[in-house]
Design a protein around this ligand. Structure first.
Ligand SMILES: NC(=O)c1ccc[n+]([C@@H]2O[C@H](COP(=O)([O-])OP(=O)(O)OC[C@H]3O[C@@H](n4cnc5c(N)ncnc54)[C@H](OP(=O)(O)O)[C@@H]3O)[C@@H](O)[C@H]2O)c1
Length: 305
């Protein structure tokens, strides 16, 4: 099969090549998915799981990309819940070969059915951003209706999902980002916008939850805004700051079929809008994933155009 592989951690994304790899075998409880569209998070190149297996052994050449939409083409021993020919989408194991390939082996429980009226490109854009937003807001951030949320990078892939889900849940949303991202952030439903290039966060006042996708100094400056009992949820590594009288939580997104069902239901009825930037074919994937200018929104690779 055709696949994008990486072999050299120092080379990062620039070291990606399009090559031939053997089709993956299906393990117990796996499905094989014929990949139609694949998503990719650039920081995967920094994660040990891209380079080693769960026993920390080198697993290169490895195939990146860990979210997909496609069609089940085979079942592993004992697999239940999905069937051959079924449209699916979801998040695959970080330590196994990923979705920038014509086929991928993935545990069936990590996938959900993709309704027939949701395009594969849209399906592949939802798992990482959608699940991260859902888990950060409702599990780790314990958001309550009526609370206020400061959403950093609110025009980005995760931030735009956070903004929309928090608004739907009845929160007051203050989005942040670059000067140029004001209108996009308001269009996703934020009630206020803070321009991190020109405004100061000190004017924000108290919030119940900070959803941080940037880290470093922005996170430090945000921790002081959290009201007693509130939380900073960050997705960019261990917290660098804690609220004086609250919590700081970092996490890595997990696969969850029930949450994927919730997310895709919202896309179908218009409550949730995905945030796709570039769409490219597998033949053009290396260039698309190494843009010369900063790309906005998710880059999706159409493995089967
Ligand atoms: N832990 C997890 O499970 C998990 C899951 C998903 C993502 N992540 C991580 O979360 C981060 C965000 O992911 P994403 O997919 O949402 O990325 P994204 O689409 O690039 O969104 C990030 C947003 O933040 C903005 N931004 C970044 N630095 C900024 C700064 N200093 N000032 C103002 N705006 C700034 C970006 O603007 P520009 O594009 O103009 O820079 C962009 O709008 C990445 O580091 C990713 O690896 C972690």
């Amino acid at each position: 099969m055709k696949a994008i592989v990486v072999t050299d951690q120092a080379a990062g994304r620039a070291g990606m090549t399009l090559t031939e790899r053997p089709e993956p075998p299906a393990a117990i409880n796996d499905v094989i998915v014929e990949v139609h569209a694949s998503g990719f998070v650039p920081t995967e190149m920094d994660w040990p799981s891209t380079w080693t297996d769960r026993r920390d052994r080198d697993r290169t050449p490895s195939i990146p990309g860990h979210e997909l939409a496609g069609v089940v083409s085979a079942l592993g021993y004992g697999t239940t819940g999905l069937s051959v020919g079924q449209r699916v989408f979801g998040l695959t194991d970080w330590h196994r070969d990923g979705t920038l390939a014509e086929y991928v082996a993935v545990e069936a429980r990590n996938l959900a059915p993709l309704p027939g009226d949701v395009d594969f490109t849209v399906g592949a854009s939802l798992p990482i951003s959608g699940l991260t937003a859902w888990q950060g807001l409702f599990q780790h951030g314990r958001l309550q209706a009526g609370q206020s949320v400061l959403v950093h990078g609110a025009a980005g892939a995760v931030g735009s999902m956070v903004t929309q889900l928090a608004r739907e849940f009845g929160a007051y949303v203050i989005g942040t980002g670059r000067h140029a991202d004001r209108q996009k952030t308001l269009d996703f439903g934020a009630q206020e916008f803070v321009d991190l290039e020109n405004d100061t966060l000190d004017d924000v006042g108290g919030v119940d939850l900070v959803f941080d996708v940037i880290g470093a100094d922005i996170q430090k400056r945000s921790a002081g805004l959290v009201r007693a009992g509130g939380t900073v949820v960050t997705i960019v590594g261990p917290p660098v700051a804690r609220p004086a009288n609250g919590w700081a939580v970092d996490f890595v997104v997990e696969a969850d079929r029930a949450q994927l069902n919730e997310i895709v239901a919202r896309v179908r009825d218009g409550r949730l809008r995905t945030n796709i930037g570039t769409v490219a074919t597998l033949d053009d994937a290396v260039a698309a994933l190494n843009p010369t200018e900063r790309s906005k929104g998710k880059t999706i690779i159409r493995v089967r155009p």
